[in-house]
Design a protein around this ligand. Structure first.
Ligand code: NAD
Length: 368
């Protein structure tokens, strides 16, 4: 059988991590890569993520059985247009990785309509603030949703082929209509990024008049604003390619704030209490509390004193148990213990670890 060739255009964090996942399950597949800058081309070659690289997008496209566009959204659309004029292999699958889907799927349906190609939109839902092939990792998409948004060019069998090709990512494949994808992500991803940056902007302005703002900001503020450190270019394209859904979320949120303001003005204790209680209850229901994986919430919270080797001692006790993530939720008062948060892969490891720490220390231990 002829060796299958996959062409990944854009060897950034996402494209290079996809290459690693494809390699893991299918070492026999030839992977070709395009990248504009020399740095990621070099890293991808040196680390064996790809077999050959180019800085000329059109050069490798005719050789591919599968083409994955992993460049910014605007460039993804430009490449789709360019593919329409190239001599491609019959029945080639073209896919992408863009964070918004409706405009990309519409572009594919417009420009590729009369070509013997298949197209399926895709959004691998994991990432980080890091960029470039040097930041790529084979585990990036483990347990993350890999969302396929079919088009009228997604012929039967396309999704199955893509799922097999990407099986080494260990992601959770799901299929959603592109417009629905953009609506849901506007609520859980795009709008929260706007909120985080707005909150930072407000606090930065406020701190000019109230300099203690900087010092008092602690865990809650940090959790709310972490994503304000994201890459501005990517978020600008997301807002520009999903305006309607995002504007709807903004309007809806203004109403939400007005309701809270009205309850405060009216000193309506019940309404305020119920507002916080609804938030607490709905957060507990969310899947983020149940899901395994990097963003898993099998969390153990341990109040550790500010003593030498306290954290090392706990990790020593848990030697042999697989830990997904560790963080220290430090308070900003020296006389308050820091909270060590350890995330496990599953419920058994969490319970086992809680038991070990309780039996071997007198630290306050709680399970999420
Ligand atoms: P990245 O900055 O690590 O890589 C972007 C790649 O695109 C690089 O290879 C860069 O050289 C190339 N590129 C940028 N502008 C270009 C242009 N004008 N012409 C040709 N190539 C160009 O970014 P990334 O995180 O890998 O993002 C790639 C895609 O994946 C984007 O569409 C983004 O929306 C999507 N995505 C990102 C994340 C995330 O959190 N980082 C998550 C899911 C999907």
């Amino acid at each position: 059988m002829e060796r299958k060739t996959v062409y990944i255009a854009g060897l950034g964090l996402i494209g290079a991590s996809l290459a690693l996942g494809i390699r893991r399950a299918h070492p026999e597949i030839e992977i070709l890569g395009y990248n504009r800058s020399e740095e990621s081309r070099r890293v991808a070659l040196e680390r064996g993520m790809v077999d050959l690289v180019t800085d000329d997008f059109a050069a490798f496209a005719p050789l591919a059985d599968v083409i994955i566009l992993a460049v910014p959204i605007k460039q993804t659309i430009a490449f789709i247009k360019e593919l329409a004029d190239l001599e491609l292999k019959e029945n080639v699958i073209i896919s992408d990785a863009g964070s918004t889907k409706a405009e990309i799927v519409a572009a594919a349906e417009k420009y590729l309509q009369n070509k013997p190609v298949r197209f399926v939109g895709a959004h691998p839902m994991a990432g980080s603030h890091k960029t470039g092939a040097k930041a790529a990792h084979v585990t990036l998409f483990e347990n993350a949703y890999y969302i396929f948004t079919p088009s009228n060019l997604t012929k039967p069998g396309t999704l199955e082929e893509m799922k097999d090709l990407l099986s080494g990512l260990h992601a959770r494949f799901i299929q959603v209509d592109a417009a629905e994808h953009d609506r849901v992500t506007s609520q859980i991803s795009h709008f929260p990024h706007i909120l985080a940056s707005s909150l930072m902007e407000q606090a930065a302005t406020y701190s000019q008049e109230h300099e203690l703002t900087q010092s008092f900001a602690a865990g809650g503020f940090r959790d709310m604003t972490r994503i304000a450190e994201s890459e501005p270019g990517m978020w600008t394209s997301i807002l520009l390619t999903n305006p309607q859904a995002i504007l709807e979320r903004l309007e809806d949120f203004k109403d939400q704030l007005d309701k809270v303001a009205a309850a405060i003005e009216a000193k309506d204790e019940t309404a305020i209490w119920e507002f916080f209680d609804r938030g607490r209850q709905s957060r507990k229901q969310m899947e983020i509390h149940k899901r395994a994986g990097v963003d898993s919430f099998y969390d153990l919270f341990i109040e550790v004193p500010d003593e030498e080797d306290a954290i090392l001692g706990i990790l020593e006790l848990l030697r042999g148990i697989s830990v997904v993530n560790i963080r220290i939720n430090e308070e900003n008062r020296e006389d308050i213990n820091g909270i060590l948060q350890i995330t496990f892969k599953n419920h058994q490891d969490l319970e086992k670890s809680a038991k070990i720490v309780r039996e071997n220390t007198d630290y306050l231990v709680s399970v999420d």
